[in-house]
Design a protein around this ligand. Structure first.
Ligand code: SAM
Length: 217
């Protein structure tokens, strides 16, 4: 069964997107995308043989091996220009791995990225926007007591201020996100000793700022 975390990514795809799922592992989202008719076919890949094997077994179980092609390898290195892929799906990976993956020649063919990174969303936004992408969607969700953030990037230019890169141009207007961020900062603040005045001051300032944003939604 597919988790709500994975299912939440399905809505970002259009049927004409030519998709690679990098780091597919079990390939459960990919099977869902094809079975629901959201995509007609796709390529999925993983750097680890054992992980990809799980995906291959699941794809075979669902009799989808004609529609989902599997490749073993590192990031975009598994693609050739003739593959005609223009959309990248990456979920359950850290930002530093994602940033390494896009340092590849094939990246110039990519028009859209659907990403559920585990961490460092500010760096992710900054790196991808600097490569000529705009942010066209963002979402926050909870699944099994964990919080996840989805970000969709599409080729194009848009100007973002510092706060939009830090919190996200959509998430900065999202009450659930602001509550999550305030809660996270309060947890850090509670661990900082009273004599660390500067750190405590800057955390409190950020919490006040986020509370103000929340009031204006
Ligand atoms: C935590 S799993 C996430 C699986 C699935 N995408 C999900 O969200 O449930 C991360 C997967 O990414 C793969 N991976 C990590 N670095 C990779 C890279 N550079 N290229 C391809 N796959 C990679 C790992 O082997 C692992 O199977």
């Amino acid at each position: 069964m597919i988790s709500n975390r994975l299912k939440s990514l399905a809505k970002y795809f259009d049927k004409d997107d030519k998709v690679i799922d990098i780091g597919c592992d079990h390939a459960l989202l990919d099977i869902y995308l094809i079975e629901e008719g959201i995509l007609k076919s796709m390529i999925v890949s993983d750097i680890h043989e054992k992980a990809l094997k799980q995906g291959i077994d699941n794809i075979k179980l669902h009799k989808l091996d004609k529609k989902i092609e599997t490749r073993l390898g590192n990031g975009l290195e598994v693609l050739k220009t003739s593959d005609d892929i223009d959309t990248m799906l990456i979920s359950g990976m850290g930002t530093s791995t994602i940033v390494n993956i896009i340092e590849n020649d094939y990246f110039k063919n990519i028009k859209k990225m659907v990403i559920q990174s585990n961490n460092d969303h500010e760096i992710l936004r900054s790196e991808i926007v600097n490569k000529g992408f705009k942010i066209t969607n963002e979402d926050i969700l909870e699944d099994s007591n964990k919080t996840y953030i989805n970000i969709v990037f599409e080729k194009g230019n848009s100007k973002y201020n510092k706060n939009e890169i830090k919190y996200g141009p959509f998430l900065i207007k999202n009450k659930m996100y602001l509550d999550y961020r305030i809660d996270y900062l309060n947890k850090i603040l509670n661990k900082i000793p009273n004599n660390k005045i500067l750190i405590r001051h800057s955390l409190k300032k950020e919490i006040r700022f986020l509370n103000k944003l929340k009031k204006n939604i």
